[in-house]
Design a binder for this molecule. Structure first.
Ligand code: SF4
Length: 392
């Protein structure tokens, strides 16, 4: 059911532009065995990379027109590897070229091993008001198995210290569906996470991507394929436990205490405009998507010549509608049937009425306030349902 806040949020998404800026920091201390994000473990040229990002921010200063920036997100890679000076220089550049809201959400992804008290103080003093911490699990053996750079003790300590320093908006990442980890171990992770009462929890069902250590081990039969039923079972445990603890399940993989949804990610899911800078970053201006090259050397070389190396995809009506369905159906606000009619001239109930009524009768979707919303059962089939609703 929608609360008044949810309805307000849905209206706000509809009528306000929430432009955001994403900065990709493509460095990590070591490669986690499951990760296929864009990063390098060679940090020797981090300063040059920051210079290139500063240049890109200048070149792209008009990309968002005059929209007020409501969210800034440092992602990666590992942005907590930035020095205070590097972080502040990037923020200064953003403030130089954009009007940034006084209440902008400024998020920085961080790993527990980078968060001693002093660093946390620096982050807080440099304007970061939301931390997204890559905890993943509180179990030492599993952290080693995933090749995370931090220990379970560091995971616990940084959460306590972040509160002490005064962070009031903390998100943590957790991974479930890891082969060999039974439900009890997952429940222990959830219980421990809830003990710290983070405002936001992002969860990730382990998948094995080809270009990762786990992918290579899988091909050599040295690592098992994650089991879908095992993951689905742990997804259900998670949704029940977090709901009981007062968390809103506002997006399939994301939970928050009331009012603490990620404004940055929510703007992606609602097709708001954003500028992504750094190698591998994406941008969206309502009509096109841009994809920066995912190669640190080529990215920096191009920027040294004043060129942003990206590919651009022009979105047609079909792309926009299908993206809208794919992303909004993952959220608790669902796909707004009126918006589909008004903005895209699509009457989904007329075009896919039989299929939608079948989903309603099977308790997979509900229609609330002219929005198509997945039920808990439907969330397990989100990708299939949205692709069945795609327009041709
Ligand atoms: S720290 Fe994050 S980005 Fe870096 S390898 Fe690990 S999961 Fe990937």
């Amino acid at each position: 059911m929608f609360s008044r806040n949810d309805l307000f949020l849905n209206q706000r998404f509809k009528y306000n532009h929430l432009a955001g800026i994403y900065i990709h920091i493509p460095f990590c201390k070591q490669a986690c065995f499951y990760c296929d994000f864009h990063f390098s473990v060679n940090q020797s040229y981090k300063g040059e990379m920051v210079d290139a990002i500063l240049r890109e921010l200048e070149i792209q200063k008009d990309y968002l027109g005059n929209e007020v920036i409501k969210t800034i997100y440092f992602g990666g890679g590992t942005p907590s590897l930035l020095s205070r000076h590097e972080l502040e220089t990037i923020q200064d550049q953003i403030f130089k070229f954009h009007q940034v809201s006084d209440v902008a959400e400024i998020t920085l992804e961080a790993n527990p091993d980078d968060l001693p008290y002093r660093k946390l103080e620096e982050l807080r003093n440099s304007g970061v008001n939301r931390l997204s911490i890559g905890i993943q699990t509180f179990d030492s053996n599993t952290l080693k198995m995933l090749n995370r750079a931090h220990s379970a003790a560091e995971a616990r300590e940084c959460l306590s210290l972040a509160r002490e320093v005064g962070f009031k908006n903390i998100s943590i990442d957790l991974i479930y569906g890891i082969p060999g980890r039974n439900d009890n171990l997952w429940i222990e992770d959830l219980q421990e996470a809830m003990h710290y009462r983070p405002e936001h929890i992002s969860t990730y069902s382990l998948t094995v991507e080809p270009n990762t250590v786990f992918g290579r081990r899988l091909r050599k039969n040295e690592f098992p394929e994650p089991d879908e039923e095992h993951s689905a079972g742990q997804f259900e445990i998670m949704t029940e436990q977090l709901k009981e603890a007062g968390y809103d399940h506002y997006e399939i993989s994301n939970f928050c205490l009331p009012g603490h949804h990620s404004r940055h990610n929510s703007s992606y899911w609602q097709q708001q405009n954003y500028l992504g800078t750094g190698p591998g970053a994406h941008s969206y201006d309502g009509a096109t998507r841009q994809f920066n090259i995912s190669n640190n050397g080529k990215y920096m070389k191009a920027l040294s010549k004043g060129v942003v190396p990206f590919e651009r995809e022009v979105l047609n009506q079909k792309d926009k509608v299908n993206e809208y369905l794919l992303t909004t159906l993952r959220t608790q606000w669902g796909a707004d049937l009126n918006r589909l009619r008004e903005e895209f001239n699509i009457d989904l109930l007329a075009d896919k009425g039989d299929y939608i009524h079948g989903l309603v009768n099977s308790n997979l979707v509900m229609i609330t306030n002219q929005c198509l919303v997945l039920t808990n059962n439907g969330k397990l089939l989100a990708d299939k349902i949205s692709s069945d609703l795609f327009i041709d």
